[in-house]
Design a protein around this ligand. Structure first.
Ligand code: HEC
Length: 233
């Protein structure tokens, strides 16, 4: 169950993975519990989504977005990418633990209570991060940079497959956008409202009277994770 949730969630959160991550081995796959006889399964079935299922690999090393001096465009992009992934990992980690503790209803309350502060916690004086979408749940998430809004409008409502993200440096700021796909896990709170429990319907209606973020299907583009990093401190 755990692995399944991690997989679904990670697919959704990081569809544009960086090269560094592809090199990270996933310990749990290297030593499959049931079959000590070689990792044939791990070899023939390529790692589906190792990236954000893991904690930050080197807790001792500062994250790229913690650099203090002026950044080159490459460093800026690496920093923005790391910021976007840190936000994705933080939110997903909290979502997963809350789902385990309190099921979808408990997790919904945790997301509602904590998503904004967790998002703010990842940012700094030169790093801005957030999530946005064409179909908002929290109206505050409309506060995205213009280039993100333009990307959302131009990309439109569609399946997430084949949708490319953004990595560019414009006017001294590195911009990264990672498209977010709806996976099985997301459907509990963003899928069709029919199967929602009464408790979930009541919670959604009271917390988010303007909610537009239901009715998604597996594979739909849900929105984007975005990050901006200023090259100058
Ligand atoms: C337990 C319920 C729950 C699950 C599961 C869930 N979300 Fe959400 N989602 C929420 C809530 C609540 C918010 C509003 C949080 C806030 O106040 O910022 C939200 C907000 C968002 C936003 C920000 C834009 C907006 O509409 O406000 C995105 C993007 C998003 N979710 C994507 C996903 C994806 C992708 C998944 C699957 C990996 C997922 N969510 C799973 C409850 C959930």
């Amino acid at each position: 169950m755990n692995r399944l949730l991690v997989g679904l969630c990670a697919i959704a959160v990081v569809s544009a993975c960086s090269k560094e991550d592809e090199k990270q081995p996933k310990p749990s796959e290297v030593a499959p519990h049931a079959t000590p006889a070689k990792g044939t399964a791990a070899k023939t079935a390529p790692e589906p989504i190792p990236e954000t299922a893991e904690p930050a690999p080197e807790p001792a090393a500062p994250a790229p977005y913690e650099m203090t001096g002026e950044a080159s465009p490459e460093q800026g992009l690496a920093a923005a990418k790391a910021g976007a992934k840190a936000l994705g990992g933080t939110l997903k980690g909290r979502l997963m633990s809350a789902m385990q503790e309190g099921g979808p209803e408990g997790a919904l309350q945790a997301c509602a209570a904590e998503a904004s502060s967790l998002t703010a916690g990842v940012g700094s004086n030169r790093l801005r991060v957030g999530r946005s979408t064409l179909r908002l749940r929290n109206p505050k998430n409309a506060e995205a940079p213009e280039w993100v809004k333009t990307w959302l409008t131009e990309t439109g409502e569609r399946k997430a497959e084949g949708v490319a993200g953004v990595e560019e440096v414009v006017d001294g700021t590195a911009r990264v956008l990672i498209p977010l796909a709806v996976g099985g896990l997301c459907l509990a709170c963003h899928g069709s409202t029919d199967p929602h429990s009464e408790a979930m319907k009541t919670l959604l209606a009271s917390r988010y009277p303007e909610d537009k973020a239901t009715g998604y299907e597996n594979g739909d583009l849900r929105g984007a994770l975005w990050a901006e990093f200023d090259l100058k401190p």
